[in-house]
Write a protein that binds this ligand. Structure first.
Ligand SMILES: [Zn+2]
Length: 227
């Protein structure tokens, strides 16, 4: 039965192909991306698949040797039907299956398993889209702002960091420096935890503060030598 049901399911690419030029308005209507009315694009980046709820990326795709070629050729069918995309993103019903929701592309949405598990199963598709818009506000690249912020503050409090200086450090850090720092944290089964991300930022800040102190000491020494 399960296989038979899956046979009727549109592929990940077919679902992408339907939603790639759609956006969700604040009134929870689905309109074309080219429409002047404001709305949030369902698919942020055609060439970089991410969960349509939390924005989580599938990092193994970018390591795949054919990926750059597919991207250059704009072969979105190969990208969206790539095995890692299929295994990481679930094809979810907008109007729930148990309430008669069909497997037509306009009733299917691509979500990571975490978002799928938390998504609403209702008889009104607007509930689903309201949940998606809220999810977009709270998450970026698979991480919840509120959870991340709390861990940053918790670490700051426990390590007696000056929260203003730490916040400025985080905001002003260049992408290159951020990537350098990110190399200091590993992943648990392919997932980089909130605590690791906050951890490497704290680590970088402590080092940065230390350097500043050294600089002050050095300046002081130079001054005393001159005197
Ligand atoms: Zn997600």
């Amino acid at each position: 039965m399960r296989n038979k049901k899956n046979l009727n399911m549109p592929s990940h690419y077919e679902i992408f192909n339907y939603w790639k030029d759609k956006k969700i308005t604040n009134n929870l209507d689905i309109i074309r991306a080219s429409d002047e009315q404001n709305g949030i694009l369902v698919v942020d980046d055609w060439g970089e698949p991410s969960c349509w709820g939390c924005g989580k990326l599938v990092k193994y795709l970018y390591q795949y040797k054919q990926y750059d070629k597919w991207l250059e050729q704009e072969d979105f069918k190969k990208i969206w039907n790539y095995k890692e995309i299929k295994s990481k993103f679930n094809r979810c019903h907008i109007l729930a299956n148990q309430f008669g929701g069909s497997t037509d592309v306009n009733n299917m949405f691509l979500l990571c398993s975490h978002c799928h598990g938390e998504s609403p199963d209702n008889t009104n598709s607007k509930i689903f889209f309201a949940w998606i818009l809220n999810r977009r506000k709270d998450y970026e690249m698979g991480y919840n702002f509120h959870v991340m912020t709390k861990i940053f503050y918790d670490y700051s409090a426990m390590l007696n960091l000056n929260i203003n200086e730490f916040t400025n450090f985080c905001i002003n850090l260049s992408n290159i420096d951020r990537k350098k720092l990110a190399k200091r944290c590993g992943s648990n089964f392919g997932y980089v935890t909130y605590s690791s991300i906050a951890g490497y930022m704290v680590d970088g800040f402590l080092e940065h503060s230390q350097k500043k102190d050294d600089l002050k000491i050095l300046k002081g020494k130079q001054l005393s030598l001159k005197l």
